[in-house]
Write a protein that binds this ligand. Sequence first.
Ligand code: GLU
Length: 428
Amino acid sequence: MAISQSNAPAISDSDKENLDVLTSTQAIILEALTRLGYDSAMYELLKEPLRILTVRFPVRMDDGSVQVFTGYRAQHNDAVGPTKGGIRLHPDVTEDEIRALSIWMSIKCGIANLPYGGGKGGIICDPRTMSFSEIERLSRAYVRAISQIVGPTKDIPAPDVFSNSQNMAWMMDEYSHIREFDSPGFITGKPLVLGGSKGRESATARGVAICIEEAAKVKNISIQGARVIIQGFGNAGSYLAKFMYDSGAKVVGISDAYGALYDSNGLNIPELLEQRDSFGTVTKLFEDTITNKELLEQECDILVPAAIENQITKDNAANVKASVIVEAANGPTTTAATKILSDKGVLIVPDVLGNSGGVIVSYFEWVQNNQGYYWSEEEIDKKLIDLMRKSFHTVYEAAHKYGVDMRLAAYMVGVRRMAESARWRGWV
Ligand code: GLU
């Protein structure tokens, strides 16, 4: 049976832009499956996570009061293998966002050919306003609440927005207590001494940098002196700024949640990194800031959105000056903006490819935990370079073969193994 368009969201170019990440993800999944010749049963299977658990759990705060938090864990599809994906701690977390993010994880794992399906977790909270011990109790309580559905061969969490190796250490410790055996493979992004992997901390940025190199080659841009703008100065943005600065590019703009800095002569990145706090805040120290919105429209060759969703929309896409956009954040460019930019000839390396370095090195971490033998930084970096380059060129070639933009090509490449696995298992 052909895929029915009636019950599916359309990729719309009507006036009202769709900023809903779940329906826009479903639209692109539908488009990818249709072009690959799959039927409606496959779309029905893949348009939503197979499982989503909502948990509410109490946490004792430092002042003695109790606060009840809400969290989610979504498992998109486990036809390929256990599900995999980060846990974000953010006040704006919603269930639909976590659903969409779990689908994106499936696509990322598919592009890199990792033996995983996608998963994602989130807790509605603002860690910027919580103490260290409150965040510890929150992290542990969340793991107790979701422990039934996660595990090293079931669903393997990792860091995401505002969560880091310390959260992963507490979560691994809590899980090991519950299961009564040491379980390093339960979670990735751990500190090195607890079974973390060399290179994991900077892996997302490293992967973005590799994509920038490949995209620059395709576009005949020399990295030496290339003007780069990076929106966001968290884990991905800050490491990337350092990598680009060290490789001779001119990082002309950076930003955090409060504002942006732009200097056409290039910013002093080492100094900014020194001044940045653990949540990536630095612009508060300056007076001559511009807004995030203004930053995206400044002159540059390469633009890297490394913050949050829906930053480049149909309202500002035409004003973007970059000829290459590499998405380090998840979902920073809307479908309508992708079309405007692609029509202008801008090369967009989509999130599911651009930021897949994080989950790739998470996979290396999990393999090392399972085998109990650990690789050197050089070995990890070589494996990451090989896989990222291969992923980039597979998607780039698919875009040419099918005559589609890089985002749709990435979904076509990324959905395939999952769909084939589901078929072989006899699910559809
Ligand atoms: N949270 C990261 C992502 O969105 C990493 C996931 C992982 O390492 O499993 O890709």
